[in-house]
Design a protein around this ligand. Structure first.
Ligand SMILES: [Zn+2]
Length: 253
């Protein structure tokens, strides 16, 4: 087998390998997205829980203060009833009014905090529902990833073995050229020669469509030597069909 034929087989094995890997990568990416979303929702829910706890403590504190001030006012009102002078009475009255204003402030703040707690509890409910939905989707995604991985595991091992066997017959420097091209061009690393007109010797690169000189094609036909498109650097090859179609003509001569 000539070097072009060897590279073509390697290219086809690699392509299959990449194809399988791409499907697995897609499943893995989807799973990672679900995991991230789940973590975001969980973090938000945790924050809501902390806020509820903190605000509930604020409410309890304000309610305690309100009760304390109520008791204080009760005491002063009792003292007012037994006030000896008008001046004394007025002093008690001023104190009661001051305490009442303070008490009302605590009460208002307690109510505000309570309504905030209700609001956050609603947010938390929504988050809990979202979380359970996301957990379900994440579960499906994890299963899908595992199934995909299991499905392709044997085939990947098989392709890897084939690849190792194929690379053994190829010169290291040729392999380096090939691998570098695969990294930069992927499925375009190799391109079939397109025969546009046999009689006029018109050939194109199947990747960039640039015209190929006839020597390029004859080089491929005679020894299958490593041939690259001058325009796009793809490694060129002749399809089996085209290669065969050249043979009888050569034999006739
Ligand atoms: Zn080209």
């Amino acid at each position: 087998m000539d070097v072009t034929a060897q590279l073509l087989r390697l290219f086809q094995v690699d392509k299959q390998y990449r194809g399988l890997q791409t499907r697995l990568n897609a499943a893995e990416k989807f799973l990672a997205e679900q995991t991230k979303q789940l973590a975001d929702i969980t973090a938000k829910a945790t924050l809501c829980e902390a806020q509820i706890k903190q605000l509930t403590a604020v409410v309890a504190n304000h309610e305690g203060e309100t009760k304390r001030l109520d008791a204080r006012m009760e005491t002063i009102r009792g003292q007012m009833n037994s006030a000896q002078t008008n001046k004394e009475y007025k002093a008690f009255l001023t104190e009661v009014n001051t305490i009442k204003a303070e008490r009302d402030r605590f009460e208002t703040q307690a109510l505000e905090s309570m309504s905030k707690v209700d609001e956050i509890k609603k947010q938390l409910e929504t988050l809990i529902a979202q979380k359970s939905d996301r957990e379900r989707v994440r579960g499906v995604a994890a299963q899908e990833r595992d199934t995909r991985a299991a499905e392709i595991k044997d085939r990947l091992t098989e392709l890897k073995t084939q690849r190792d066997a194929l690379t053994k017959g190829i010169a290291p420097e040729t392999l380096t050229v090939f691998e570098r091209l695969v990294t930069t061009k992927g499925d375009e690393a190799m391109a079939a020669v397109e025969v546009t007109d046999r009689k006029r010797h018109e050939y194109n690169c199947g990747s960039c469509m640039m015209h190929l000189p006839v020597e390029t094609v004859s080089g491929l036909l005679s020894g299958g030597r490593l041939t690259r498109c001058v325009s796009c650097s793809s490694i060129l090859y002749l399809t089996e069909e085209d290669a065969k179609s050249f043979q009888p003509a050569a034999a006739k001569r």
